[in-house]
Design a protein around this ligand. Structure first.
Ligand SMILES: Nc1ncnc2c1ncn2[C@@H]1O[C@H](COP(=O)(O)OP(=O)(O)OP(=O)(O)O)[C@@H](O)[C@H]1O
Length: 240
């Protein structure tokens, strides 16, 4: 469904990605794992079409969309990015934040109400009950759920999530991943960009290891060698 082919990205002097080729088939759940500064956020932005790679191509459903990259990314094509740090409106309520997700995608009032009901169905009880609370008063895990919910309000076919576990307690990380697994069950293609490699591998079916801007390994999470590779300390203390 989505594919980066021979992608390179430079920020002024810094080579952030070098000859990166990764893909995610429709309906898959994929993790791009790697340590701090490996290039995960840059790759997430490129796959979402939010920034244009300095070399290489971005393909969506087999069509070259490299030139379409821009600030709004590939939203119209059904691609949603949940950036690191979530970027919610803390003073607005859960309901208002979710509604803005549909507004950005051009949904009318009745359609927005339908989508709200659907998205609340995926949210944990604490978020449903807190729909009139300011988002800033929710826990980090709940806020991450709202960020996922807001992206879903645009009815994306592909959801890219940068560091879903960042700053969350382990039990909440599992809840976030369980929600993503449920989302995938509904037919949405899901990609996470994650430092917690071992955790991500419990949930995804495919993965790629990125280090210093290059893909070192790609495979299936069910492959015993995959886990062995992470265990060998390839990712050092950052695998958890
Ligand atoms: N806007 C920018 N300008 C210059 N260099 C940048 C910029 N954004 C990222 N970089 C550099 O590009 C490289 C990859 O960064 P990136 O944020 O993509 O990695 P990451 O794996 O997401 O790391 P983290 O987990 O810390 O967010 C790093 O060396 C980083 O310092």
């Amino acid at each position: 469904m989505i594919e980066a082919a021979g992608v390179e990205h430079r920020y002024e002097g810094v080579l952030a990605l070098h000859d990166v080729s990764v893909s995610a088939p429709a309906g898959s759940f994929t993790a791009i794992v790697g340590p701090n500064g490996a290039g995960k956020s840059t790759l997430a932005l490129i796959l979402a079409g939010a920034i244009r790679p300095t070399a290489g191509r971005l393909l969506l459903d087999g069509a070259d969309v490299t030139e379409r990259a821009g600030r709004r990314g590939l939203v119209e094509a059904g691609v949603a990015l949940i950036p690191e740090g979530r970027r919610l409106f803390g003073q607005l309520t859960v309901d208002e934040n979710l509604t803005l997700g549909a507004f950005g995608a051009g949904a009318g009032r009745a359609e927005t109400a339908r989508r709200l009901a659907e998205v609340y169905g995926l949210m944990p009880e604490a978020v449903r009950k807190g729909k009139d609370r300011a988002v800033a008063t929710l826990s980090g895990g709940e806020q991450q759920m709202v960020a996922i919910g807001r992206a879903l309000m645009a009815r994306p076919r592909l959801v890219l999530i940068d560091e879903p576990s960042l700053g969350l307690a382990p039990i909440l990380i599992d809840k976030v991943y369980e929600t993503l697994a449920m989302l995938r069950q509904t037919g949405v293609t899901v990609m996470v960009f994650e430092q917690l490699a071992v955790k991500a591998l419990q949930y995804v079916d495919r993965f790629a290891v990125i280090e210093r801007g290059q893909i070192r390994h790609q495979g299936l999470a069910s492959d015993p060698d995959a886990r062995e590779m992470l265990r060998m300390g390839y990712m050092g203390a950052e695998a958890a």
